[in-house]
Design a protein around this ligand. Structure first.
Ligand code: SF4
Ligand code: FES
Length: 363
């Protein structure tokens, strides 16, 4: 069977980060800095990715600015014909660094912010960072790079959506990703503290509609749906092994950033295998590719080529079986497990947030 090539890559350059967001999708067991791929390793990854057909790379983390060789990695991507977007907290970005990165070929920046005020944003980040973000936003604007703002939404900031969008307008974002929390990694660990209520979501959607009616089209407001509440699964990653791959800081290659949780899969590493072999031949990438692996109800469902049965990592996290229909789907026999979380469990605001931190001595 011919495997069509991927077009996108998530390059997790490091798991190290100055922030400690409790909704981080990085694994609870973070990769330590000593295990990270070196410059030559990432240079080879970029060359192989370009040869494989990848045209877009998200340079992410953790905080990618903590890589002193980031400009060399960007240059390697540029040489391979890959469009690069820096996904950053903004901490550590100054004018000289941004000029260096733009000179190496960086094409756009996506900046995260946690909430609309310094106090609440810093509280959610677990670190003082709002002022650095404000400065970073101004620098990206000044440099003329396409500028996206990313805000992860949850119970603690959904009610501030109006102020958050106003902030994005003030900072001059071209695009705002209003990303309702997806529950993987640290976010899954903090799910009880982060899950919003249906009322909060309804109010937020009304706020969003009002802004969309008022704005001339910029910034573009992108609403990442809270799939726990919609009864409709997301087409996770555009399908398993279909359009994108993730390279973890240690060189492991995964079909999605959450896949490390799935049992029975061995994830190949770019230190041992070429990216083309990994994409076309490895068992991990074939495990849930296409539709042949599906059981009921997905196998007989007319939407199976549209949503690919939802998310394998979510199916595993909730049912213990990665091959089951994503319980976010209202047709799933396990959908009651989601409803129990969203409708039958009253939110308890005493549930503490567990901030993302490396285990001592690991990162
Ligand atoms: Fe998608 Fe499967 Fe639900 Fe059909 S049954 S909508 S294919 S997740
Ligand atoms: Fe792994 Fe959805 S996050 S398949």
């Amino acid at each position: 069977m011919t495997v069509p090539p991927p077009w996108a890559m998530l390059a997790e350059l490091t798991h190290a980060c100055p922030l400690h967001c409790p909704y981080c999708s990085n694994p609870v067991e973070l990769v330590g800095r000593a295990r990270e791929l070196d410059t030559a390793g990432w240079t080879r990854v970029m060359a192989e990715a370009g040869a494989l057909g990848i045209v877009h790379a998200h340079l992410s983390g953790g905080e990618p600015l903590l890589r002193r060789d980031l400009d060399l990695i960007v240059a390697a991507a540029e040489a391979a014909g890959i469009y690069t977007q820096l996904v950053t907290s903004g901490v550590g970005l100054d004018r000289a660094r941004l000029a260096e990165l733009a000179g190496a070929g960086l094409r756009s920046v996506q900046l995260s912010v946690q909430d609309a005020t310094a106090e609440t944003s810093d509280h959610l980040a677990g670190a003082r960072s709002f002022a650095a973000k404000r400065r970073a936003a101004a620098l990206v604007r000044e440099a003329g790079l396409p500028f996206g703002l990313n805000v992860v939404l949850h119970r603690h900031n959904l009610d501030s959506l109006d102020e958050i969008i106003a902030l994005a307008v003030e900072w001059g974002a071209d695009r705002v990703e209003l990303a309702n929390t997806q529950f993987y990694g640290w976010a899954l660990r903090n799910r009880a503290a982060l899950l919003p209520t249906r009322d909060q979501l309804r109010r937020a959607e009304r706020t969003l509609d009002a802004w969309r009616a008022r704005l001339p089209g910029t910034p573009e407001l992108v609403w990442v749906v809270p799939d726990y509440f919609e009864g409709v699964p997301k087409p996770c990653m555009g399908g398993w092994g279909a359009v994108s791959l993730t390279v973890a800081p240690d060189g492991s290659v995964l079909p999605c950033p959450g896949a490390y949780t799935l049992p029975g899969l061995t994830f190949p590493n770019v230190r041992e295998r070429g990216l083309r072999w990994i994409w076309e031949e490895s068992g991990a990438f074939h495990a849930y590719r296409g539709t042949a692996w599906m059981g009921g109800p997905c196998s007989g469902c007319p939407r199976r080529e549209d949503d690919f049965g939802g998310c394998r990592c979510q199916a595993y996290a909730i049912t213990g079986d990665a091959a089951r229909t994503d319980p976010a789907c209202a047709l799933s026999p396990d959908h009651h497990l989601i409803r129990r979380l969203t409708d039958d469990t009253p939110p308890d605001d005493r549930t503490p947030l567990v901030y993302r931190r490396p285990r001592r001595g690991r990162a």
